[in-house]
Design a protein around this ligand. Structure first.
Ligand code: 3H9
Length: 699
C-alpha cells in the first residue's frame, strides 16, 4: 500500500476541501476537478472534514457540497484494479451515516454512482433543478457497490430501483423530488443558501434523524413477489445479452428486499467484487477512458484556434447525406442541402421530415422541435448556393472522378477558409484534396449509417489537413454528439479496413464446409448483434455486392433472385414473419461454387475455431493499422469497432480482447492459418514483437 506523508496529506486536503461555519452549520466544500471523483484524495478530505464537524458540539448539522461543475461523479474509475487505500468509500459513508447530526447533500451537476450513493447515505438531499442523479455503474460492468443497491430500493421500491440501476439512466432533480429521492429543490444560483434554510427547518422540527437504511415501507410489500425479479431477468436477457453485471444487480436488489440491511450490504459487496474482478468490467472501464482519449490528438494543443462553423452545406440528399444533415439541424446549425434533381431533393427532405416526425411520435421530440429543425434546412439544386457556408460535406456515390469534380466546383464557390469534407468510406482523401487549391482545408468526415444515429465519426486527416481544421472538426464532433476517431489515409480507414478480414473469412469458411448459420451463431454468441450473413440478408445482397474476379456465393444468390429479407430469400429462407431457416438451395450453391473453385469441403469448424479464424485476422489487421500509423493508438481502433460495428463492448474491442486472449496464442494460430491458407495470415511484425516481449497492444 502506498503511504503518503502527513505533510502531503495536509496539502492534498487543503487543495480539495474547504470547510466553513455558518452559525450552527458546518459546510464541507469539495473541489477536485474535473468531476469530483471520489478518489483517495477526496475520500481523505471528506473523512477529515466530516470528522472535524462531527466532533464539534457547536456544529448542529453538516452540509456536503461540491465546487466546480458537478457534485461527485462517482468512484474514481482509474482506481479500480489498484490496491484500495484507506479510508475506503464505505469508511467515509459509515462516518456520515453515524455522524449523530443531520448531514445534507447539496447537489448540482451530476450525482452519479458513488456520488449518488453518498447522497443516499446523507440524511437529506437538496438539489438544484438542473441536477441529475443516477447509478450508471452497469455501463462499467459493475453494480453500485457503496450501498446503492440497498438504499435506492428502500426509497423508491425495488421495481423502479431495478429499472434505474439496470439502465444506468440519470433522472432530473424534479423527477427525483417526486420519487422521494430528493427532499427539496433549491434555486439554481442559491444552492448553499437554500440548503442552509432547509437544514434550519429540519433542526427546528427536531425530528429523529431520517436514515434511508432504516426504511422498510417500500421493500416490505415485495417480499413475496419474486415475479418482479424474474421479469427483470427476462428483460435483461434480451436487452443486455452477454453482459454479467445485470444478473448481479438483480441479485443485489433481491437482497435489499429479502435480507436485513447489513446482510444486504454484505451480499452487495460480494456481488460487486465479483464484477470488479471480471474481465468484462476491466474491458468496459478501459472503454470508458478510450472513448474520452480518442478526441485527444498528440501535438494538437487544446487551445488551437477553431474556425467558426455557423452554417453547413451537404451535397447529396440520399440516405447518407440526409442523415448527416440531421446531425447539424438537431444541433441548431442551419444546413443547405444540395441535390442534382428536384425529385431526389424532395425525396431526401421528405425522409428527413418523416425521421423527425417518427421521433416525435415516440415522444423523443416535440412538434415544435421538429418544426424548428426543418426550418433550419434550405433545399438547393445548385452548388453555387454554398457561398455562405463554413463547412461542406460531400456525400455522393463513391467515384473518384465525380468527387474530384465536385471538390473543384466547391473550391471555386465557397468562401476562403471554408472547410471541405468528404464522406468517402474508402477513397484517397489526398487525391480528392489535390483537386482543390486549399488541400489544408480538406478533411474526411466518415459517418456511419444511419448517420443520424450512429455515434462514430472517423475523421480522416489528409497529408495536408491543417491543425486548425483538425481542431475545428474535433470540436464540431462533440457539438453533434459524435465520438471522433482520427484515421490516416488508407483504403477503408480504420473501422471498415479492420473488419474486412471478418467478412473475407466468413465467405471463405462457408466454401470449406461450415454453414452460414454456424458462422452467424459463433459471432452472435461472441456478442455481436448478428452475424455477417444475417446482416447481409437484412441490408440486401444487392446493396453489399462487390465485383470479384471469381465466382462467388453472393453473386450466385443474386443471380437466383435471392436478394435477402426483401425477397424472403438470401443466405437464409424467410417466412412471412421474417423468421430465418436454412436453405437447401443455398447449400447447393455453396457446394457448386466450392467445387468450381477447387475448394475442398471438410468438417464444420467448431465455435472456438470459428472465432479464431474470423477474428484473429481482424486483430492482425489492427496491428498493421497501428504499425502504419493509420490509428493513433490501439484504443482508437477499439472505439471504432465498438461504435461502428457493434463489436461487444464487454470484450473491450479487438485490441483489448487480443490482450485478454494472449498475443502469443494469436500469433501461433495466425501462423498455423498462414500454413494452411496462405501468407495473408502471417502475423504483423508489431504483433510478433509484442507477443515475444510479453507486451500488450493496449496500455
Ligand atoms: C462507482 O461509482 C462505483 C461505486 O458504486 C462503488 C465503489 C466502491 N472517475 O466525461 P467527461 C474524467 S463507478 C475518474 O469528458 P463530461 C474523464 O475521464 C463510477 N475519472 O466530461 C475525463 O477525463 P479527461 C460511476 C472520471 O462533462 C474528465 O473526467 N460513475 C470519472 O462530458 C471529464 O469527463 C460514472 O460512471 C470518474 N468517475 O461528463 C460517471 N468521471 O478530461 C462517469 C469522469 O482526462 N462520468 N472522469 O478525458 C461521466 O459520466 C461523465 O464524466 C460526467 C461528465 C457526466 C460526470
Amino acid at each position: 500500500m502506498t503511504r503518503i506523508s502527513e505533510f502531503a496529506r495536509e496539502l492534498i486536503m487543503k487543495q480539495i476541501a474547504f470547510q466553513q461555519r455558518r452559525g450552527e452549520m458546518g459546510i464541507v466544500t469539495i473541489d477536485s476537478p474535473p468531476v469530483n471523483a471520489l478518489g483517495i484524495g477526496v475520500r481523505r478530505a471528506l473523512d477529515t472534514s466530516i470528522r472535524q464537524f462531527k466532533d464539534d458540539a457547536a456544529v448542529k448539522a453538516i452540509i456536503v457540497i461540491c465546487g466546480g461543475r458537478t457534485f461527485f461523479a462517482g468512484a474514481d474509475i482509474s482506481e479500480f484494479g489498484k490496491e484500495p487505500e484507506s479510508p475506503l468509500l464505505s469508511d467515509v459513508f459509515n462516518l456520515i451515516e453515524n455522524a449523530g447530526k443531520p448531514v445534507v447533500a447539496a447537489v448540482h451537476g451530476s450525482a452519479l454512482g458513488g456520488g449518488m450513493e453518498l447522497a443516499l447515505v446523507c440524511n437529506y438531499r437538496v438539489a438544484v433543478p438542473s441536477a441529475k442523479l443516477g447509478l450508471p455503474e452497469v455501463k462499467l460492468g459493475l453494480l453500485p457497490g457503496a450501498g446503492g443497491t440497498q438504499r435506492l430500493p428502500r426509497l423508491v421500491g425495488p421495481e423502479l430501483a431495478l429499472d434505474l440501476i439496470l439502465s444506468g439512466r440519470s433522472i432530473g432533480a424534479n423527477e427525483a423530488l417526486g420519487l422521494g429521492i430528493v427532499d427539496r429543490i433549491a434555486r439554481e444560483e442559491a444552492l448553499l443558501d437554500d440548503a442552509i434554510d432547509f437544514v434550519r427547518s429540519v433542526l427546528r422540527e427536531d425530528k429523529p434523524l431520517a436514515r434511508v437504511r432504516d426504511r422498510g415501507d417500500r421493500t416490505e410489500p415485495y417480499k413475496d413477489r419474486p415475479e418482479i425479479f424474474a421479469a427483470a431477468r427476462a428483460k435483461a436477457g434480451k436487452t443486455a445479452r452477454g453482459f454479467l453485471a445485470p444478473e448481479n444487480i438483480i441479485k443485489a436488489v433481491e437482497a435489499a428486499v429479502t435480507l436485513p440491511f447489513d446482510e444486504g450490504m454484505t451480499r452487495e459487496r460480494e456481488l460487486f467484487v465479483e464484477l470488479r474482478e471480471s474481465t468484462q468490467s476491466a474491458a468496459q472501464r478501459y472503454y470508458f477512458f478510450a472513448e474520452r482519449q480518442a478526441s485527444k490528438i498528440p501535438g494538437l494543443s487544446a487551445d488551437t484556434p477553431k474556425l467558426p462553423i455557423k452554417r453547413v452545406g451537404v451535397i447529396g440528399a440520399g440516405t447518407m447525406g440526409g442523415g448527416i444533415a440531421m446531425n447539424f439541424l438537431s444541433a441548431g446549425i442551419p444546413v443547405t442541402l444540395v441535390e442534382m434533381t428536384k425529385e431526389a431533393l424532395d425525396r431526401g427532405i421528405g425522409i428527413i421530415r418523416s425521421n423527425y416526425e417518427n421521433s416525435a411520435k415516440r415522444g423523443r421530440l416535440t412538434t415544435e422541435q421538429v418544426n424548428r429543425y426543418m426550418a433550419l434546412l434550405t433545399p438547393s439544386l445548385d452548388t453555387d448556393s454554398l457561398g455562405d457556408v463554413d463547412l461542406v460535406i460531400e456525400a455522393v456515390f463513391e467515384r473518384m472522378d465525380v468527387k474530384k469534380s465536385i471538390f473543384e466546383k466547391i473550391d471555386a464557390v465557397t468562401k476562403p477558409g471554408a472547410v471541405l469534407a468528404t464522406n468517402t468510406s474508402f477513397l484517397d482523401v489526398n487525391e480528392i484534396a489535390a483537386a482543390t487549391r486549399r488541400p489544408e482545408f480538406v478533411v474526411g468526415l466518415h459517418f456511419f449509417s444511419p448517420a443520424n444515429v450512429m455515434r462514430l465519426l472517423e475523421i480522416v486527416r489528409g497529408a495536408k489537413t491543417s491543425e486548425q481544421v483538425m481542431a475545428t472538426v474535433l470540436g464540431l464532433s462533440s457539438t453533434i454528439k459524435k465520438v471522433p476517431v482520427v484515421s490516416g489515409v488508407c483504403y477503408g480507414f480504420i473501422a471498415n479496413r479492420i473488419m474486412n478480414p471478418r467478412r473475407e473469412q466468413a465467405e471463405a469458411v462457408i466454401l470449406e464446409g461450415t454453414s452460414p448459420q454456424d458462422v452467424d451463431k459463433a459471432l452472435y454468441d461472441f456478442g455481436f448483434p448478428m452475424g455477417p450473413f444475417a446482416l447481409m440478408d437484412l441490408v440486401g445482397l444487392d446493396v453489399v455486392k462487390r465485383d470479384e474476379p471469381y465466382r462467388t456465393v453472393k453473386q450466385d444468390l443474386l443471380n437466383a433472385g435471392r436478394r435477402g429479407q426483401k425477397t424472403k430469400a438470401g443466405y437464409y429462407d424467410y417466412d412471412d414473419n421474417r423468421r430465418a431457416s436454412s436453405s437447401a438451395v443455398v447449400a447447393k450453391i455453396i457446394a457448386d461454387v466450392a467445387a468450381e473453385r477447387g475448394i475442398a469441403q471438410h468438417a464444420p469448424l467448431t465455435q472456438e475455431e470459428l472465432i479464431g479464424r474470423l477474428l484473429y485476422p481482424v486483430v492482425n489487421e489492427g496491428a498493421r493499422i497501428l504499425e502504419e500509423g493509420i490509428a493513433l493508438r490501439a484504443s482508437d481502433i477499439d472505439v471504432a469497432c465498438i461504435l461502428g460495428y457493434a463489436w461487444p463492448v464487454f470484450t473491450g474491442g479487438p485490441m483489448f480482447w487480443a490482450d485478454t486472449v494472449g498475443l502469443p496464442t494469436i500469433v501461433a494460430e495466425l501462423r498455423k492459418m498462414a500454413e494452411q491458407h496462405g501468407p495473408g495470415f502471417e502475423p504483423a511484425n508489431l504483433l510478433v514483437q509484442k507477443a515475444e516481449s510479453g507486451g500488450r497492444l493496449t496500455s
